[in-house]
Design a protein around this ligand. Structure first.
Ligand code: PHE
Length: 338
């Protein structure tokens, strides 16, 4: 055997250590090279055939190879070491770690789903500021000057003509003052009222307003069809709507809109207080006075508007019993809804 052959064997043996995939394979390599009848002892035995002048170099090389191979085997075998019965740093009985995945908040989900549903009917999303003036939030919505909703006890006033909007309806006013008809918008957003927080009230909640105004006739039947479509898309194909007469300063006629109870399908249960219906929205035909305020000719335009609480939809859809759960960001609650 020449020095070159020796080197080849050395490289080959170290390669075999490197590619061994388990302890048994590694042991095979060890036996093959270092075992009693292995390659290394066989090479040692050939020393006598090597030219005397080359023997010292050859002998050193074999020793070096033998040592490197032993080191490589020892290092690699650590990878395959079985855990010790006691004192191991790794507890195999622990549950594995799962990657934590985030999820959309139910309020965001209702907003996005609603925008998609109304989007199919041609509504686009419009936005307005949380801080409003009296004209947009009350006056142009035909709210009489001394209406109780304007009181300090109901509205957060920031200055004489500055308030936190109590409804998303002022966005109607903004859109109509800035755009000619047709206007077909929904406006999801934050609203503020001086309500004491409890299971169903919050001083800061979300509404979704809808407005459709056109120069061709728009009727209460169109409004009902639109909300019926939304109810089915949002709550399931069984859902129905009903209108009850009501009053809002900015719509005439005005209605309150109920969805059929999705829990009992209208039969009557605890959720709908045995009535089969759940109150969802306020709506109506835009009052001509509002058209006057925004500079539309009241005889030439027609429109309807509706508005509902986003939290209310989320609570009904996901069976959330307490509105406060929507604001506390308790991960245990949010995970349930994933
Ligand atoms: N803004 C009304 C409210 O907050 C809801 C509504 C909107 C009613 C549009 C009619 C038309 O109660």
């Amino acid at each position: 055997m020449t020095l070159a052959d020796l080197e080849k064997q050395q490289i080959k043996s170290l390669n075999e250590v490197a590619v061994a995939t388990d302890a048994a394979a590694l042991e095979q390599v060890r036996i093959h090279y270092l075992g009693r009848n292995g390659v290394v002892p066989a090479v040692m035995k050939q020393m006598k055939d090597v030219a005397p002048a080359d023997r010292p170099v050859f002998g050193k090389s074999v020793n070096k190879w033998s040592n490197e191979l032993k080191q490589a085997l020892a290092a690699k075998s650590q990878l395959f070491d079985k855990p010790k019965k006691s004192g191991s740093a790794f507890d195999y009985t622990l549950p594995g770690r799962w990657p934590t995945a985030g999820s959309k908040h139910p309020i965001s989900r209702v907003i996005e789903e609603s925008a998609a549903i109304f989007g199919k009917l041609g509504f686009t999303v419009a936005d307005g500021p949380d801080i409003e003036n009296k004209f947009n939030n009350f006056t142009a919505l035909n709210t009489p000057a001394h209406h109780p909703s304007m009181n300090e006890s109901d509205t957060f006033w920031l200055a004489e003509d500055q308030l936190l909007r109590t409804q998303t309806s002022p966005v109607q006013i903004r859109m109509m003052t800035e755009h000619k008809p047709p206007v077909r918008i929904i406006t999801p957003g934050r609203t503020y009222r001086r309500d004491t927080t409890d299971a169903t009230h919050s001083a800061n909640f979300h509404q979704l307003e809808g407005l459709y105004v056109d120069t061709k006739p728009v009727s209460l039947a169109d409004l009902k069809a639109t909300l019926a479509y939304y109810a089915k898309e949002m709550m399931g194909s069984e859902a129905g709507v009903r209108f009850r007469p009501h009053f809002f300063p900015f719509t005439e006629p005005s209605v309150e809109v109920d969805f059929s109870c999705h829990v009992c399908a209208g039969k009557g249960c605890r959720v709908c207080k045995m009535s089969g219906w759940i109150e969802i929205a306020g709506a109506g035909m835009v009052d001509p006075r509002v058209f006057e305020f925004v500079g539309y000719p009241p005889e030439e335009v027609y429109g309807y508007a509706f508005g509902f609480g986003i939290e209310r939809i989320a609570m009904i859809k996901y069976g959330i019993p307490d509105i406060r759960w929507l604001y506390e960001n308790d991960v245990r609650f949010l995970e349930q809804l994933r």
